[in-house]
Design a protein around this ligand. Structure first.
Ligand code: ZN
Length: 189
């Protein structure tokens, strides 16, 4: 077996290395706040193993149920601004550094989180949401559009009219109100 993706036979040195890498990755993901579904998708560890790890790292049981997020979430005004910031970081990382898909998501999320905190803002996007977003982007279910007014790139619907696209910062929705425009990034909903 030469394929990197192939699961090594249990009991071999290679399987031990692959497994410890998976454990390390799972712990990193848990610390970032990933839900169990993310861990299942991004490692080859069994559900039981992941559950045990999750409890060990966080001291509590993972929340149950399906991931509730649809693409709509990322198109709402405030989440869209956060999603776009995260996605722009991820895209520039993917261009600049050789990273696994999941490594890029993790690194981009840490940078997004740092940037938010440096500005004194709450990171509205959770890690699981950021992961979900990257999946939607990679599948073409969401795209990036360039704002015709500020030139920034924003997460948009695949059917967006690129020639007339204006982002949520240049044209906040009416409900945001004039006073709110200044604190546009405050996660107060
Ligand atoms: Zn704009």
């Amino acid at each position: 077996m030469t394929s990197v993706a192939a699961t090594p036979r249990p009991g071999t040195a290679r399987s031990l290395i692959a497994e410890s890498r998976d454990v390390e990755r799972a712990v990193q993901l848990i610390l970032l706040g990933a839900r169990l579904q993310v861990l299942e998708s991004e490692t080859n560890l069994s559900y039981e193993r992941l559950l045990k790890l999750y409890k060990e790292v966080t001291g509590r049981s993972p929340s149950k149920g399906q991931l509730p997020f649809s693409t709509d979430y990322f198109l709402q005004w405030q989440p869209n601004i956060h999603a776009s910031l995260f996605e722009n970081i991820r895209q520039s990382l993917l261009k600049a550094v050789a990273l696994d898909d999941i490594e890029a998501v993790m690194k981009a999320y840490r940078l997004y989180d740092e940037q938010m905190r440096a500005c004194g803002l709450q990171p509205l996007l959770s890690f699981t949401r950021a992961w979900r977003l990257s999946r939607f982007m990679d599948a073409g279910m969401l795209v990036r559009a360039r704002c015709t007014q500020c030139g920034g790139h924003f997460v948009a619907d695949p059917y967006v009219n690129h020639r007339h696209y204006v982002c949520g910062l240049c044209k906040p929705p009416a409900r945001a109100g004039k006073g709110r425009a200044q604190g546009a990034l405050r996660a107060d909903d």
